[in-house]
Write a protein that binds this ligand. Structure first.
Ligand code: SF4
Length: 190
């Protein structure tokens, strides 16, 4: 696998084992983390919410992005470009608070950070802000793609690539609740 889909970076931070099994078995089960999937973009509403947040600049929707340095590809919901700066827009269901984003839904945080890094390389801009939008509830969470978040993602991608190349099972999630609803629970080795 030359380029890892950014959606798999999200899966890997949700459960490394699950992402690995999904890639190796080549199945697309409805994993637990997909419950927090993208909402269908309501373009008008998204643009209004972006402007209400005081974010100025050109809004580009459904932007393909790629990082050669990290070996990742994806398509981000929206990017707002203002000169050499950019804001990543990611729409998600179920995300209602910053605390949940950093705890229970940190795989969403991982995905958004990976998008930010890929956008910087693709569009030659600096991403200084990520806006997570729950368009149904009209809740927004603003985060900064800090150096520590970036390092976390770089390490996750390196780790994932190493396990894929060596065909070596990565560790299981430590959160047993995730296993209960997991598609792979019957074939996931101890
Ligand atoms: S059963 Fe648990 S550890 Fe195994 S893949 Fe599923 S979520 Fe991950």
């Amino acid at each position: 696998m030359d380029y890892i889909p950014i959606s798999m970076v999200k899966e890997y931070t949700y459960c490394p084992r699950q992402a690995y099994l999904k890639i190796m078995i080549m199945r697309e089960p409805p994993t637990e983390s997909m419950k927090y999937a993208k909402q269908v973009l309501n373009t008008e509403k998204i643009i209004r919410i972006i402007r209400e947040q005081g974010i100025q600049g050109e809004i580009k929707l459904e932007v393909p992005v790629k990082s050669t340095k990290l070996g990742i590809v994806g398509r981000v919901d929206a990017v707002v470009i203002n000169g050499s700066k950019a804001v990543v827009i990611e729409t998600k269901l179920n995300i209602g608070s910053r605390k949940k984003l950093y705890m229970k839904y940190n795989h969403v945080l991982a995905q958004a950070t990976a998008y930010a890094m890929a956008i910087e390389e693709t569009m030659k801009v600096t991403v200084d802000k990520i806006l997570i939008i729950n368009q149904e509830r009209e809740v927004t969470i603003t985060i900064r793609p800090t150096p520590s978040l970036r390092i976390w993602i770089e390490r996750a991608i390196q780790d994932m690539r190493k396990h894929i190349q060596n065909q070596e099972l990565p560790p299981k999630t430590t959160n047993k609740a995730k296993c209960k609803a997991c598609y792979f629970k019957d074939i996931c080795p101890p």
